[in-house]
Ligand binder design. Structure first.
Ligand code: PXL
Length: 277
């Protein structure tokens, strides 16, 4: 037995299945394992996809999703939950109803569009996300296009990102990380901006130029953050460890076939820089 005194650290992911293994549930569970965290998983949709294209995103039927949630949430002592692709209003609403009275550390990755441009959350669901679901979050981790949808404004500069993190944090009474990877003219570093307890931090690693392994970076970051919390890291250390893990996973990407690379848990340790702005 790994633990004879305390319970082993766990995280529940509520997300979609990605056949090609790079994002969604598959990325989440791989990441939890790399952090020494046991993962529970509730699957919101079955996608059919490879590294080029998504051909299907089939929502889990409501009654099945409801049974998955009931099987897990009240049976185990769940204190950390990460959500990813929530597909449509019915699924989002059901997850909301099951979580709304629970006291948990909820990390919401507001997945809306895949890297290849497919819609992963419909319009009615985006409204419900804004009106209800995000009020449950302790952390929200959008990329720039998702943050633009959430606040209804364009984000073009680092200053815009800082304003957006503040806006998101105050609107939904939560902490926010906006991932900077979509910013034009990145230079030598990728800088994410964090609003944590109303203070602003930058979170930085070098850019890995021309990587083809970007699929799943968002899921991996949010899962690594959730796993870091589950092993009792303090927030700033958790942020740095999650960002370092994404960087290392890109730096040590594996080649799956000609022109297809995938991020993979790194063997070496890396250190992202976090500083207050
Ligand atoms: O990276 C967003 C994402 C999340 N979840 C699933 C996905 C994708 C992108 O393809 O397939 C299941």
């Amino acid at each position: 037995m790994k633990n004879n005194l305390d319970f082993y650290p766990t995280v529940l992911t509520i997300a979609g299945s990605d056949t090609c293994g790079g994002a969604g549930i598959q990325a989440d569970l791989r990441t939890f394992s790399a952090f020494g965290v046991y993962g529970y998983s509730i699957i919101t949709a079955l996608t059919a996809q490879n590294h080029n294209t998504i051909t299907e995103a089939f929502p889990t039927p409501k009654d099945i999703l409801s049974k998955q949630l009931d099987a897990i949430i009240d049976f185990y002592n769940i204190s950390t939950i990460k959500t990813g692709m929530l597909v449509n209003f019915d699924i989002l609403n059901l997850v909301y109803q099951k979580l709304k009275d629970k006291k948990v550390n909820l990390i919401v990755d507001p997945v809306m569009i895949s890297t290849s441009g497919s819609e992963l959350l419909d319009k009615q669901a985006i409204e419900f996300l804004q009106d209800k679901f995000l009020h449950l979050a302790t952390w929200i981790t959008p990329n720039i296009p998702e943050a633009e949808v959430l606040i209804g404004e364009k984000i073009q500069t680092q200053d815009d990102i800082i304003q957006a993190t503040k806006l998101i944090s105050s609107k939904w009474d939560c902490n926010t990380v906006i991932k900077g990877g979509h910013l034009k003219n990145l230079g030598d570093t990728i800088t994410d901006i964090v609003c944590y307890n109303k203070k602003i931090y930058s979170l930085e690693t070098p850019v890995i130029k021309d990587t083809q392994a970007g699929h799943g970076t968002g899921c991996t970051f949010a899962s690594a953050l959730a796993a870091s919390f589950a092993i009792n890291m303090k927030a700033l250390d958790a942020l740095s460890s999650a960002k370092s893990f994404v960087y290392g996973s890109l730096a040590e990407a594996v080649i799956l076939k000609d022109n297809v690379e995938a991020m993979y848990p790194p063997e070496n340790a890396y250190k992202a820089k976090i500083k207050e702005l």
